[in-house]
Design a protein around this ligand. Structure first.
Ligand SMILES: O=C1O[C@H]([C@@H](O)CO)C(O)=C1O
Length: 529
C-alpha cells in the first residue's frame, strides 16, 4: 500500500468472518507510521491481542509491517494514520465488510458507491504540527478544499500564496486526476452510498439535489431506517444511505458536501449523480444543494436525535458499574495552547501501553488513575477561570467485563462565547449512545437516557455547551484510546486511555515491545541469553 499525498490508500474489501492480511510499507524517509482501523476489535496472531495504535511501536521508515485481523461485522469502515497528523496528509482508505456468504443485508439495493470524505490544506502537515506546538500557537485554520475520495476542486493560481511544494501538489490535483468521481446510475434503481469521514477538522453535511436519503447504517451498525434531505457527518463516523433514482432521468444532479459547526471558509465539495444515458458533463439543471448554516445546531441535533438502533440490535446493560465524567476544556500550559480532559492534557508516552502494563513497567506512564470527574462548581458556560492545565498519560484501568458509562461534558473554550463540536472516537469497542443534552449533565438528565433502543456507534459528537452520555462493556483485553477525532485537537491533548484485561493476554508480540522502555528490556534480555 502506498502513502501518496492526499490520494487515499486502496479500498480493502472483505466478508464478515474473513481473516484479512494487509502489508504496509512505510515509504517515508524520516517518520514512523502507526495506523488505526475503525471497526476492528483485535489484531490476530502473530500480531496478537488487544493492539491498536497506542499499543504498537511505530513502523519505521523502510520497514514493512503485516497486519492480520479478523473482520467481525459487516459495515462501512476505514483505516487511517494515527501518528502526528498523517491522516490529514492522506494516509487513509476505506475498509468495506460485506455480510458473510449465505446472509443478506436487511435492505435491498442494486448498486453501491463509496464516498470517503476528507479535508485538505495547502500547508504541509509538518508546518501545521509545528504551528500547533509553538508559543504563541498558530491554528491550522479552515481547509482549502473538501475532498471526496481524495479528489477536490481548487483554483491553483491561488495556491502560489502558500509554498512551492504546495503549488506542485496543487498542479497534481489540477490534472484530470482531480476530476471528481462521477456516480453513474441507472434510472429507477436503489443505490447504497457508503459515506465515511476521515477529515482532520471539518464536520460535514452531505446532500443530493432532488433525492432523499434513507439512513440504514451508522459506524458499522444497522439503524432504524429514516429519510432525510441532508446528513451531518463528523470526523470518524460512517453512514450508509439508500437513494432511489426516481427523478427526471434527462437530468444529472449535484451531490454537495459543506462545512458545519465552524464558520466555513472552504468551498463545497461537489460531484455529480449521472443518470444513464446522459453525458456526465451535462451540468445539472438546478444548482448544488445549499449546506445548512454552519451554526444551525438545531438542524444537526434533529439529525442526530433520529438515530436509533434497528430492532434486534444488542441492548445495553440496565446499570453501570462505573461512571466517568470527562470535562473537555481548552487550556494554557506555560503559554502553549492545549485541550484537556478533567484538566489533564494527554501526552502519549514513548513506550506503548500494552507492553508497559503487561510487564509492570512503573516508569513508562503516570501510575495514578486520571480524575473520574471535575469540580462541581466549574461553570461550563464561561471560559475557564484558571486556564492552566497539566499534562499526563495515566490510564483508566477498567474491570474486565464491567459496564462503563462515560459522560462527555463540553464547555466554553478560552474565548468567551465559543464552544466547539468534538466527535469522540473509541478504539476497540462500540458504545451505546444513551443521549445528548444541553448545559451541564445533572441527575435530572439521568431519567431521559435511552436504554430502550440507543444506537451502537464508535464515534459520537458532543455539541457546543452540551453533554453526551455513552455506555460500553469493557470486554476487549487491551489498551484503548478514546479521543476527539479532530486531528489537531488530539495533537493538543484531547484524549484519554482505557485499559482492561491485559493480564488475560497470553503473549504480546515482539513488534509491540520493540520500542521505548520495553525495547530496552528486550535488549537486556537478549544480551543475557
Ligand atoms: O483548537 C482550536 O484552536 C482554535 C481557536 O480556538 C484558537 O485559535 C480553534 O478554532 C480550534 O478548534
Amino acid at each position: 500500500m502506498g502513502i501518496n499525498g492526499q490520494f487515499p490508500g486502496p479500498t480493502i474489501r472483505a466478508k464478515a468472518g474473513d481473516m484479512v492480511v494487509v502489508e504496509l510499507t512505510n515509504k517515508l524517509h524520516t517518520e514512523g507510521v502507526v495506523t488505526h482501523w475503525h471497526g476492528i476489535r483485535q489484531f490476530g496472531t502473530p500480531w496478537a491481542d488487544g493492539t491498536a495504535s497506542i499499543s504498537q511501536c511505530a513502523i519505521n521508515p523502510g520497514e514493512t509491517f503485516i497486519y492480520r485481523f479478523k473482520v467481525d461485522k459487516a459495515g462501512t469502515y476505514f483505516y487511517h494514520g494515527h501518528f502526528g497528523m498523517q491522516r490529514s496528509a492522506g494516509l487513509y482508505g476505506s475498509l468495506i465488510v460485506d455480510v458473510e456468504d449465505g446472509k443478506k443485508e436487511p435492505f435491498h439495493y442494486d448498486g453501491e458507491f463509496d464516498l470517503l470524505l476528507s479535508d485538505w490544506w495547502h500547508q504541509s502537515v509538518h508546518h501545521q504540527e509545528v504551528g500547533l506546538s509553538s508559543k504563541p500557537f498558530r491554528w491550522i485554520g479552515e481547509p482549502q478544499t473538501l475532498l471526496i475520495n481524495g479528489r477536490g476542486q481548487y483554483n491553483c493560481s491561488l495556491a502560489a500564496h502558500y509554498s512551492n511544494s504546495s503549488s506542485s501538489q496543487c498542479r497534481l490535483r489540477g490534472s484530470e486526476q482531480c476530476a471528481p468521481h462521477i456516480l453513474h446510475v441507472l434510472p429507477n434503481k436503489i443505490y447504497r452510498l457508503r459515506i465515511a469521514s476521515t477529515t482532520a477538522l471539518a464536520s460535514l453535511n452531505l446532500a443530493i439535489g432532488n433525492h432523499k436519503m434513507v439512513v440504514v447504517e451508522a459506524d458499522g451498525n444497522y439503524v432504524q431506517p429514516f429519510a432525510v434531505d441532508d446528513l451531518d457527518i463528523y470526523s470518524g463516523e460512517s453512514y450508509s444511505v439508500l437513494i432511489t433514482t426516481n427523478q427526471d432521468p434527462s437530468n444529472n444532479y449535484w451531490l454537495s458536501v459543506g462545512v458545519r459547526g465552524r464558520e466555513p471558509k472552504t468551498p463545497q465539495g461537489l460531484t455529480i449523480l449521472n443518470y444513464h444515458p446522459n453525458s456526465a458533463s451535462k451540468l445539472p439543471a438546478s444548482s448544488p444543494p445549499v449546506t445548512p448554516l454552519w451554526n444551525d445546531y438545531n438542524h444537526s441535533k434533529s439529525f442526530t436525535n433520529k438515530i436509533f438502533a434497528s430492532m434486534g440490535s444488542p441492548k445495553p446493560p440496565r446499570n453501570y458499574d462505573r461512571r466517568i465524567t470527562l470535562l473537555n476544556t481548552q487550556n494554557k500550559l506555560n503559554g502553549y495552547t492545549k485541550w484537556a480532559i478533567n484538566n489533564v492534557s494527554l501526552t502519549l508516552p514513548p513506550t506503548p501501553y500494552l507492553g508497559s502494563i503487561k510487564h509492570g513497567l512503573r516508569n513508562a506512564f503516570n501510575q495514578k488513575n486520571p480524575p473520574e470527574s471535575f469540580s462541581n462548581d466549574y461553570d461550563v458556560m464561561k471560559p475557564p477561570v484558571n486556564p492552566n492545565t497539566t499534562t499526563g498519560n495515566g490510564v483508566y484501568m477498567l474491570g474486565m467485563n464491567t459496564t462503563v458509562d462515560i459522560i462527555l461534558q463540553n464547555a466554553n473554550a478560552l474565548s468567551a462565547n465559543v464552544s466547539e463540536i468534538h466527535p469522540w472516537h473509541l478504539h476497540g469497542h462500540d458504545f451505546w449512545v444513551l443521549g445528548y443534552g444541553e448545559g451541564k449533565f445533572s441527575t435530572k438528565d439521568e431519567k431521559k437516557l435511552n436504554l430502550k433502543n440507543p444506537p451502537l456507534k464508535n464515534t459520537a459528537v458532543i455539541f457546543a455547551y452540551g453533554w453526551t452520555a455513552l455506555r460500553f462493556v469493557a470486554d476487549n483485553p487491551g489498551a484503548w484510546a478514546f479521543h476527539c477525532h479532530i486531528e489537531p485537537h488530539l495533537h493538543m491533548g484531547m484524549g484519554v486511555v482505557f485499559a482492561e484485561g491485559i493480564q488475560h493476554l497470553n503473549r504480546i508480540p515482539l513488534e509491540a515491545l520493540a520500542c521505548g522502555l520495553t525495547g530496552k528490556m528486550l535488549m537486556t534480555t537478549n544480551n543475557h541469553n
